[in-house]
Structure formats: structure tokens, C-alpha cells
Design a protein around this ligand. Sequence first.
Ligand code: SF4
Length: 383
Amino acid sequence: MSAPVIQGWCPGALRPMPSGDGLVVRIRLHGGRMTPDQARRIADLAATHGNGLMDLSARANLQLRGVTPASHGPLVAALTDMGLIDRDAQAEARRNVLVSPFWNEGDGTQRIAADLAQRLAAPDAPALPGKFGYAIDIGPAPVLREASADIRVERLADGALIVRAEGMESGARTLPERAAETILRLVRWFASSGGICEGRGRMAGLITRGIAAPETFHEVCAPVAGAYQPVPGLVKTGALVGLGFGQIDPATLAALAGLGPLRLTPWRMLMVEGALRMPDLPGVLTDPSDPMLRVVACTGAPGCLQAHQPTRDLARRLAPHVPPDGLLHVSGCAKGCAHPGPAALTLTATPRGFDLIRRGAAAAAPDLTDLSPVTPAHISKAT
Ligand code: SF4
């Protein structure tokens, strides 16, 4: 099987990524939130300048698909009018800031995200690899540990904040008003300590090589927390709803916007801020036992140029056969974009069908190879 191409960068609005169904334009919403007006306008733009399909990315951004070279310019002009476009593609690429969707007014989340975005946009901000990112996760317990990040801000038991490098269990104690400055100290250390090689590199890789972070980042230990498992339902800050494969169409996005501001999550879910009831809309998953919450699938063929097979129809067909506590990941190739970690079951497309992997990631050694077709019996026997 040919190895998947590792791009080493994420699409943006100014630097879209070519895909099998046109350009993918990723919008990085400030503070991970859309006002109702922004959401309605983005829904219109997706229908007018793309093919109408939008994806929630694993970094809580919104991607418009099917944009053409001719429609890209007018789309960027409209997003610029809405204040959603950075000064240039480099500044956009640096603004990889993920926030917990459970933030509360005045808890420091939005302040840190805004301060950090401002510092990362400064002309003297260090050039960083395209995937380098930040998680602002300062609720009572961290919820973003499974999401990709290089620097994390979390809350200590005494209420203070810790800034730490991914891969380190200790970090520097800080306050919301000093957090962005502390993060930038760690960023500069990463850049000057050999963290970047030919434009690539992640914090965890540098730490694994045994390069010691500055003394101030050994001050306090990170909070201990178990794995966070998001499920649709009402929470203090609103209604958390699921989207099959993290995909949403313009009509559904506009309908959700009618219920309140929308917060993005890295879990193929949106939060309707302030909602007191679960919405009842087609395509919106509100039942925690919905089988569609047990399957993950990337775009697959023909939407992704690297995919060996279509993925989502198969995942939809197999979903009812996945046990309630299971997770099936159907991946168009060994890259495993939709779920980089291990899943209870993974089907990785090959030119001849699908490889089946138990308790592994998409690139792991398969237990069964080249299944064609994959049937519910394969899933039942493997679980
Ligand atoms: S995992 Fe899916 S989306 Fe990612 S490159 Fe492979 S086929 Fe494309």
C-alpha cells in the first residue's frame, strides 16, 4: 500500500487545501464561537461559494468544501468583511487556538485566547510548524487532553492556571492576564531549542528527545484527570449536539443559529450557547445512544484525493452493529485523519478493500486484510 502523503500543514482561508471535491477553506473562528449572524452568513457563503458541505475539524474549526479557484476570492472578501480573516497566511497558520466549549463569562478563556491571538499576529512572533497549536482548557477539569495541542493551559486545584508543554507533567503557574505571555515564552524556547526541523516539529517530539524546558516550567504539576467522554445533552453553558461525521449543511447551520450563538468543539459536536432545551432538527444528534455517535469516518473517496475507498456510507451502514460502548473508525487511508488515535475497531481502506484493526490506529498492523465487502458479521465477530 502506498504511504499516505503527510502535508505537514492545515488548510486555512487564505491558504486553502486542494481536495477531491474542490478547495477546502478552513475558518478559524475567534474564541471558537460564532454569533447567530456570523453562522447565518457563513451558511450562505458555503452554499454560494462552495458545494454547501461544511465539516467541523478536530481542532474545532469550520471547513467549507467544494470552493473553486474562481469563488475563493469572493469568499475571502466576504469573510474579511466579517472580521474573520488574518493579515496574511502566516499569521492565520499560527492562530491554532483551541478553547474548551464549556467556558464561562469572566473565567479567563476568551481573554487568554484573544491575548494569544494578538501576540501570535505580531510581526516578531516566531515562525512555527503549521500543526503547532494551543489548548485553553481551564474549566474545573481538563476536557481537551485527547485533542491535538503543543501547549496547554489548565486549571490547578487551587484555582490558579498552569501553562505546560505537551509531553510534560509540570508547567509554570500563571494568571489569566499573564497566560499569553507565559505561552509565548514556551513558544520561543521551542523554536530556539531545536523543536523545528525543515519547517516541521511538535512539542511532544522535542520533549521526548529529552530536551529540558526552562526551570520555570517545572514549577507545578498538571492536574490529574481521567479521559473526558463528550455526549450530547444539556450542560450549564447550553445544549451540546452531535453531527454525523462532523458534517453540517447550510440549512441546519442556519436553523441552529436561530437558537443562539454556536460554540465549536473538536468532537464533531456544536454547543448552542445558553439553550435550555435540546433542539429537534433533522441531522442533529441529540440522543446519547444514537449509533451515529459510535462511528467516525473521514471524507474518503471521492472527496479526498488520497482515499482508496468511500467511507461514510459504509460507516453509516455498520453503525447499528457497533456495541454501545464501542467506536468504529472507517478511514480512507492509513493516515487516519478523522481519529488519529486507536479505536476499538478501525477499518482502513486499501486499493483492494479494507483492513480491519482491533484496538489500534489506522496505520497499525491489521488483524484481517483486504475485506471486500465489509459486512456487519465482520464487526460482530471482531467485537
Ligand atoms: S485519512 Fe481520509 S481524509 Fe485523511 S488523507 Fe486519508 S483518505 Fe484523506
